[in-house]
Ligand binder design. Structure first.
Ligand code: AMP
Length: 494
């Protein structure tokens, strides 16, 4: 039997700051998920949007919401909390059966955590009836500037600094100028906005989906049957309602569906320019579900390959490979395949851990250290371990894990990151910490990070290998290289 162990208070505050800070979520935050479904017939939009959003729960756990098109009226419902808890509280589900629905799972990257920022955002006519509703994943770099301009023109905002509401207000502003032509209003809106955006718009008689010229955030479409269209951040959303994936929206593409047709067009903004596709590489590394395809590339495969490459890059002798659940596991399986070192799932994650934890009294907090991840002690004692996580950002998770493994009696610990060192924050939809918090920005010398983490060796997947796995020209590697496809225009990078 392995030995149980205890921690001093000082050690706890160094390794597990989340416990003493009254905040279980010490990490930086995910982005959002968007989903939409459109049918010419009345369908159970309540269940379909619920399934779609549930599949996209991993992209945002702070809040969620949806809008349904029913008998020509748009009805919306949104609140804080997890998808299933939110839907469980809705008693009159049949009132939300209609022709179409859009929905959103939220983690705030822009606009703060106020309830006012929960999506969808909708616009009303002079009788107070919703006529348009939108959901957005991404981050605009010039939203606050536009907002000020619009406020100057007398346009009211409901949210606190939400960049998504800026997209809605612009579309609303341009619709009358183009006799309610949605495509033209979107065209004009996208001339103004800059940044990352995957957007779904619901109107009384149609739905539109569009993606920024670089295609930074994902958005795909599929079909439920030959007349029912689905839009989703990831293919797992389409799978969740029993639909089939058709393809990803092209960067800068607009798709509009209505009762009779589907229409494809390109943002005017990219028609005459050589704008390059720049899909966020971190989608493959961390965000997206492993069962999703992004740009028809299987996320799981990318992760497994990164493990294989890590071994080829830096072979090491060891007794066991373990992956940090969940996103480090495919890479550790790849590492195991390439090295022949057995993979064992001996770091056990409590699947029910939520983002916010109602903290018990101080004396109980000290008992919480292995609450999320707990090792199987007998499998670790005396072993030479390769441990793989998808990324090292601040170094908090890795330090914590190494501490736990050392206490469990590991003989050697070889830490591997299935992505290159993160040296830059993201202002295009991922709420990465500022540079001062990034361990690899602050310590260029790998040896000093090894020391901080207290590991026998540390290696990161090389940029060359990441490019080799993904292909260089199609991705944003901003957080690894500091080169971003869209330059910031507001003070949103530090
Ligand atoms: P850190 O503990 O700050 O070094 O962050 C690395 C850990 O956070 C790894 O376990 C990753 O799986 C996880 N991670 C990476 N990106 C994100 C993100 N955007 N939101 C939450 N966790 C993340």
């Amino acid at each position: 039997m392995g030995q149980r162990y205890s921690f001093s208070k000082k050690k706890i505050s160094q390794l597990f700051p989340f416990i003493l800070k009254n905040n279980y979520s010490d990490k930086f935050h995910d982005e959002c998920g968007v989903f939409g479904i459109y049918s010419p017939f009345k369908i159970d939009t309540f269940s379909l949007i619920q399934f779609g959003l549930f599949a996209l729960q991993h992209r945002g756990q702070e809040a969620c919401g949806f809008s349904v098109l029913r008998d020509g009226f748009i009805l919306s419902h949104k609140n804080e909390g997890f998808v299933l808890d939110f839907f469980k509280k809705i008693s009159n589900s049949e009132c939300y059966h209609g022709n179409a629905a859009i929905g959103h799972t939220r983690y705030s990257t822009e606009g703060g955590q106020s309830k006012k920022n929960i999506q969808p955002f909708f616009g009303e006519d002079s009788y107070g009836r919703s006529t348009i509703s939108i959901v957005h994943n991404g981050n605009l770099v010039n939203a606050q500037y536009i907002r000020k301009e619009l406020e100057h023109q007398g346009i009211n905002f409901i949210s606190e600094h939400s960049d998504s509401e800026v997209i809605l207000r612009l579309i609303q502003k341009y619709l009358p100028e183009y006799e309610n032509n949605l495509e033209k209003a979107i065209q004009k809106t996208t001339v103004d906005i800059k940044g990352a955006y995957s957007v779904i718009v619901l109107m009384k008689n149609k739905m539109a989906a569009f993606r920024d010229p670089n295609g930074i955030r994902p958005l795909c479409y599929g079909m439920l049957d030959d007349k029912t269209y689905i839009f989703s951040s990831e293919t797992c959303g389409i799978d969740s309602v029993g639909g089939f994936y058709v393809r990803d929206l092209l960067p800068g593409e607009i798709i509009i569906v209505d009762q009779k047709s589907i229409q494809f067009s390109k943002l005017r903004k990219i028609k005459n320019r050589n704008v390059k596709k720049r899909i966020c590489s971190f989608e493959y590394i961390y965000f997206s579900r492993p069962d999703s395809l992004i740009e028809n590339v299987n996320v799981y495969e990318v992760r497994e390959k990164s493990g294989e490459k890590l071994y080829e890059q830096h072979p090491v002798e060891a007794d066991v490979v373990i992956g940090v659940p969940d996103s480090g596991v495919p890479a550790s399986i790849g590492y195991s395949k390439a090295s022949g070192i057995p993979f064992k799932p001996i770091l056990v994650k409590n699947k029910y851990i939520g983002r916010s934890f109602i903290l018990p009294k101080k004396e109980m907090r000290e008992k919480m250290v292995n609450l999320k991840l707990n090792p199987i002690l007998d499998e670790i004692k005396g072993k030479r371990i390769v441990i793989i996580d998808d990324s090292i950002v601040r170094g908090t998770t890795s330090r914590r894990l190494v501490y736990i493994l050392r206490k469990a009696g590991a003989k050697e610990i070889h830490f591997r990151s299935a992505s290159p060192p993160i040296i830059g924050p993201c202002y295009l939809g991922v709420d990465t910490p500022t540079r001062k918090d990034l361990i690899s920005y602050n310590h260029i010398d790998k040896k000093s990070i090894e020391k901080i983490l207290n590991v026998d060796s540390l290696e990161f997947l090389s940029m060359d290998n990441l490019i080799d796995i993904l292909g260089s020209i199609h991705y944003c590697f901003g957080c690894f290289t500091g080169n971003y496809p869209v330059q910031k225009t507001e003070n949103n990078i530090t």
